[in-house]
Design a protein around this ligand. Structure first.
Ligand code: MSP
Length: 508
């Protein structure tokens, strides 16, 4: 069985989860579920990035130990995963032994091979961004807001020889189309690499930052953020164990555009190369959710609570909204009105009404038994063709991360089923005793039920619990294989359907 290792960024343990964090988990979950349905053995990992100054300061201001604060935030993030139906197989925390061990092993190995050296460093440091800044980071001669307070400091630190791999990385990016998605981001990284690449400062003196993983070769220092955080991807894959071979290299890292270059597109490939480890096959950089035009973040103060929405409308409505509304790679503005309108129109009117109407008609006209289809006339031919083109298009979209377009097409098919019913008018046919009308009625219901089964199979990765509910009414367990379940074969003929149900209540 083909394996598929997929990861999200690990969230900073310095605040509560917001829509941005939730979106990334849903997006990754949809890709993970799609790959499972297509037959891969998926390993889906997400987690928490727990070291660093902000976490240390946050704990101090609460008068508690950093780990205590991290434990609480880890619970909050994990409970969000549960509530959003995220199917991760593992949750990595950078304070876990399994991770700290791997960070130490890799650092020691790089140090022994001369890839890490000590030097004096003088520079402008941003506490908020936890990074040294360069003159070019200034905007109009000033440090931009996002860096918070910036101070000039001199200290001895350890450096990783990033610069010497610059040529190698440019070559890799030039030769490997599709390494970074969307493609224009790969070009941006190549542009970035036209400037000389400095070596990477990978340490902080303990007196300034104690909340970190100690350097194995100098206990006066801890590991600086990226050499700790990025390594989670290999520690979660079980670096040093047998299972590592099975899942590494990762098939896909899903991250936001803010941490693409340099961390994921420059530091990470070079770190792996220097450690003689294979590079991930692909990196997907999604855009930002904005509120009133600015990136939603803890520091901007403008956040949307994903759990409030999921509680009110249901987790699947939330999942559908974010996947339908955001074109992967672009930014999207959050609006409560858009949410409400997608909920009412797409989910309530198109899908919800179809399900309740169909269950009701089958119960009323056919005692809840799925009729066999005897006719294959123009309307049936049309809807079958519509399904075939929908299936191919949606599969293509889902494999190229175009979920919004794919869902648009899937819902056009759902509306197509409603149109088919309007054409055949089963409610009129049911009033007639003519054998031809009976045949048309049975054909119509059978065709609609088969169409709904197929549409619902296609929605499984995006709305897993709605999928399960609809399949339950159809007398089916949730789909485990798209290779088996996406064919028009009237497998439900003569089967008994369940009771009518309301999937998306009007009053929420
Ligand atoms: N801890 C680092 C990542 C380390 S990965 C080895 C980090 N954490 S974060 O909590 O700030 O962000 C976690 C993820 O959420 C990132 O991929 C980030 O892009 C994403 N988002 C945070 N705010 C976002 C939006 N407003 N919109 C969409 N996603 C954004 O970065």
């Amino acid at each position: 069985m083909k394996s598929f290792y997929i990861t999200t960024a690990i969230d900073y343990a310095n605040g509560s989860p917001h829509l941005g964090h939730a979106y990334e988990k849903v997006l990754t979950d949809v890709i993970a579920r799609t790959n499972r349905l297509l037959g891969s053995q998926v390993k889906f990992v997400t987690g928490l990035d727990e070291h660093g100054q902000k976490v240390q300061q946050g704990a101090q201001s609460e008068g508690i130990e950093p780990l205590e604060r991290c434990n609480r935030i880890a619970e909050e993030f994990q409970s969000m995963l549960l509530q959003l139906g995220i199917s991760n197989d593992d949750y990595i925390r950078t304070t876990q032994e399994r991770h700290k061990k791997v960070v130490s092993l890799l650092l020691q190995d790089l140090y022994d091979r001369g890839e890490i050296y000590q030097a004096e460093y003088q520079g402008f440091y941003s506490t908020r961004a936890e990074q040294f800044l360069q003159e070019k980071d200034k905007v109009d001669g000033k440090w931009p807001e996002i860096f918070g307070e910036v101070t000039e400091i001199t200290e001895k630190n350890y450096f990783f020889k990033l610069g010497k791999y610059q040529g190698w990385l440019s070559k890799h990016l030039n030769e490997t189309t599709g390494f970074i998605e969307p493609a224009h981001r790969q070009n941006q990284v190549l542009e970035f690499l036209k400037e000389p690449l400095n070596d990477l400062c990978i340490s902080r003196p303990k007196e300034r930052l104690s909340w970190g993983i100690p350097l194995p070769f100098d206990s006066e220092y801890v590991t600086y953020v990226w050499f700790d955080a990025l390594v989670n991807y290999v520690s979660a894959a079980g670096f040093g164990d047998e299972s590592f071979e099975k899942f590494w290299p990762a098939d896909l890292h899903v991250i936001g555009k803010d941490i693409l270059a340099p961390p994921h597109a420059v530091y990470w490939p070079i770190m792996l190369k220097a450690c003689n480890l294979a590079l991930p096959k692909q990196i997907l950089a999604h855009g930002w959710w904005t509120v009133s035009g600015s990136k939603m973040s803890k520091s901007s103060g403008e956040t949307v609570d994903p759990l409030g929405l999921a509680e009110k409308y249901g987790a699947d409505a939330f999942r559908y909204f974010v996947m339908r509304e955001m074109t992967v790679g672009n930014d999207a503005e959050f609006s409560a009105e858009r949410f409400e309108s997608r909920y009412r129109a797409d989910l309530g009117n198109d899908l919800g009404n179809l399900v309740s109407r169909l269950l009701h008609m089958t119960a009323a006209y056919e005692q809840g038994i799925v009729p066999t289809v005897d006719l294959d006339e123009e309307p049936e031919k049309k809807i079958k063709e519509h399904w075939n083109s929908t299936k191919d298009f949606v599969l293509d979209c889902f494999s190229s991360f175009q979920f919004s377009q794919g869902l648009d097409k899937a819902f056009a098919f759902i509306r197509g089923i409603n149109k088919y019913a309007d054409e055949r008018t089963p409610w009129k046919l049911a009033k007639s005793d003519e054998p031809e009308d009976r045949k048309a009625l049975r054909t119509c219901l059978g065709t609609m039920i088969e169409s709904l089964r197929l549409a619902n199979t296609m929605l499984a990765p995006v709305m897993p619990s709605v999928h399960e509910k609809i399949n339950d009414r159809l007398g089916l367990s949730p789909s485990v294989s798209w290779n088996d379940d996406l064919f028009w074969d009237h497998r439900l003929a003569e089967k008994k359907l369940g009771e009518k149900t309301i999937l998306f209540p009007r009053e929420v």
